[in-house]
Write a protein that binds this ligand. Structure first.
Ligand code: SRM
Ligand code: SF4
Length: 571
């Protein structure tokens, strides 16, 4: 057999490649520009580098026009994302984030779809103190954004898996091992002195001076729960448990959600399973997968630079062969597994060692105090007495984890006092909802998401009630643009922002995260959305088979064609 020669796409390097190479390993002029008091912003080049430090410059889009009219610079502020492998925070860490949100940010915490905290609205002069506060609490923000491996996700629910602790350890190890090695972060934010004279090859032995062509994401799922949407990851691990023992992981490569409207060369894709490895091998495997993307990813066109396009362009088998060559060993044959859902399970559940876990519903992942709902205060009061951990989930919720039977009563009293909710008095569709941040902070948003989905759901719930579907879990996801931050291509119903008040509507993804959706209606507003659902939901209520999920029903009923691969997502 002739060996396929793999190559990277030709073309001039993108502007970000130039910025990275000139940056002296992510330093740029960040240290200096953060001290400059003339503007609340920073230059674009430094902002690109800033992402690798877990942050970037935004402006409050609600104020954009007014500030422009007044000839003021935009209301610049920074978003800051914590690296929190596996989404696990101690109570002390929760309290620190709670305090930093009030002291330096907009008073809220955003629990993200990759199981971590984001702060919004931090002014330039407060960035260093905020980052120092996070580091003092033994967290950091390194590589939370940027062209590197991001926060490693893992199954969130300890009660659903005795193997949570083990899998969590692997996610931490992977996250730490795959960190950039440059000291730039420590110099810019933590006042470390620069040490001169380290040879280039030793600064970033894995990434090299230009890091990756694009962001890279890893997640570990524990069947039957796919709460991290393992097939949406660049590199996904599926835990295989035999005789109650974690024997290893199936490996899936080449997933991702992002696309651009109207550009068929961009599409969401699902990762494909290529084999099985024992736990001791996943670090080596992750490193080698990353180096393949480093060497063959598209460094010319960023829209086509994710690993999913590298895999699709080179061919899955060729990438696997290259991987095995780099590893010097072969993957074993993949083992059987089954997923049955990708959402969270709410309320109290008993887990390992007789400890309790309480999953609370956090709408849109936004932890804030509202006039009639003191969610942030309630969680703070819990953190003050809770000695276990807080697990942030990939569905933007939180689990109060590892609670003893004695503490359960006290925590319940606080849950009641502050009206915190396990979501059970909401419809199942609301409990199964995710929305990305979008407006006013996200610079890429074309429409509302987090601020709008709750009110749209009020109206959808009327149809749900009339159809008798209150207890039916239907994953519903909304994003303000096609970048896919709430993984909409894996929502059984999804809305992707097109313009203010207008969305493309997608249907047909599988409830367990194993099939992508397809566009059903283009550029529609609220009235048309509700009118479509007034037709679809009652039909589903009447015609569904026993146990049939909405995503499967719309495909079986011929309402939408199944997407069998990302490459036919737009067909
Ligand atoms: Fe995302 C960019 C928010 C998860 C795909 N994402 C952004 C930025 C940073 C906007 C930007 O680059 O200017 C958003 C910041 C908004 C703000 O104001 O905070 C943003 N993404 C988020 C979060 C906070 C959404 C949320 O509401 O939870 C999630 C943070 C995750 C984290 O903790 O690390 C978030 N983003 C995702 C996911 C879901 C996931 O990873 O499981 C995806 C789809 C999966 C994937 O990567 O394929 C995702 N975000 C993107 C993309 C499209 C990438 C692509 O392949 O084309 C962008 C745009 C980009 O990178 O150019 C983006
Ligand atoms: Fe912003 Fe688009 Fe991501 Fe939503 S999906 S947070 S609008 S980049």
């Amino acid at each position: 057999m002739v060996k396929t020669i793999l190559t990277a796409p030709e073309g001039p390097p993108s502007d970000v490649e130039e910025i990275k190479i000139k940056s002296d390993y992510l330093r740029g002029t960040l240290k200096e520009v953060m001290l400059d008091r003339l503007s609340a912003g920073i230059p674009d080049d430094d902002n690109r580098l800033m992402k690798h430090h877990g942050s970037y410059l935004q402006d409050d889009r609600d104020l954009r026009n007014e500030r422009q009219k007044q000839k003021l610079e935009p209301a610049y502020q920074f978003m800051l994302r914590v690296r929190l492998p596996g989404g696990v925070a101690t109570s002390e860490q929760w309290l620190v984030m709670d305090e930093l949100a009030d002291k330096y940010a907009n008073g809220t915490l955003k629990l993200t779809t990759r199981m971590t905290f984001q702060l919004h609205g931090i002014l330039k002069w407060n960035m260093k103190s905020t980052i120092q506060g996070i580091n003092a609490a033994l967290m950091d923000t390194i590589a939370a954004c940027g062209d590197v491996n991001r926060n490693v996700m893992c199954a969130a629910n300890p009660y659903q898996s005795e193997h949570h602790a083990e899998v969590y350890e692997w996610s931490k190890q992977l996250s730490d091992y795959l960190l950039p090695r440059t000291r730039a972060y420590y110099e810019v934010w933590l006042d470390e002195e620069k040490v001169a004279g380290t040879p280039d090859a030793e600064v970033e032995p894995m990434y090299g001076p230009t890091y990756l062509p694009r962001k890279f994401k890893i997640g570990i799922a524990v069947p039957p729960t796919n709460d991290i949407d393992v097939f949406s990851q660049d590199l996904g691990f599926i835990a295989i448990i035999e005789d109650n023992k974690l024997v290893g992981f199936n490996v899936a490569i080449g997933g991702g959600m992002g696309m651009s409207h109207g550009d068929k060369a961009t599409y969401p894709q699902l990762a494909k399973v290529i084999g099985f490895v024992t736990p001791d091998k996943i670090q080596d495997l992750a490193e080698k997968v990353i180096t393949i993307q480093r060497d063959y990813g598209n460094r010319s066109v960023r829209k086509n630079a994710r690993f999913k396009y590298t895999v699709d362009r080179l061919g899955l088998e060729n990438v696997k062969e290259e991987l095995e060559n780099r590893l010097g060993w072969s993957l074993e044959e993949a083992k059987p597994f089954t997923f049955d859902h990708n959402g969270d399970r709410y309320g109290w559940e008993k887990g390992v060692g007789g400890k309790w876990n309480l999953t609370l519903f956090i709408q849109g992942g936004r932890v804030a105090d509202y006039d009639d709902y003191k969610l942030k205060t309630g969680l703070r009061e819990i953190a003050k007495i809770h000695t276990g951990a807080f697990h942030l989930t990939g569905n933007q919720n939180v689990i109060i984890a590892n609670v003893s039977s004695q503490k359960k009563k006290k925590i319940n009293e606080l849950v009641e006092k502050y009206g915190l909710t396990d979501g059970k008095h909401y419809s199942a569709i609301r409990r199964s909802s995710i929305a990305c941040v979008a407006l006013p902070t996200c610079g890429l948003a074309m429409a509302e998401a987090e601020r709008y989905l709750p009110t749209l759901l009020d109206k959808i719930e009327e149809i749900i009630d009339e159809s008798g579907l209150q207890d039916k879990e239907i994953n519903i996801r909304m994003t303000g643009c096609p970048n896919g931050c709430a993984r909409p291509a894996l929502g059984e119903i999804a809305f992707i922002g097109k313009a203010v008040g207008k969305y493309n509507m997608y249907l047909g993804a599988a409830h367990d995260g194993s099939r992508l959706s397809k566009m059903y209606r283009e550029n529609i507003g609220e009235e048309e959305i509700l009118s479509e659902l007034r037709d679809l939901l009652p039909r589903y209520a009447k015609e569904r088979l026993d146990g049939e999920h909405f995503g499967d029903y719309v495909v079986r009923a011929g309402i939408i064609k199944a997407t069998t691969d990302g490459t036919n997502f737009h067909d």
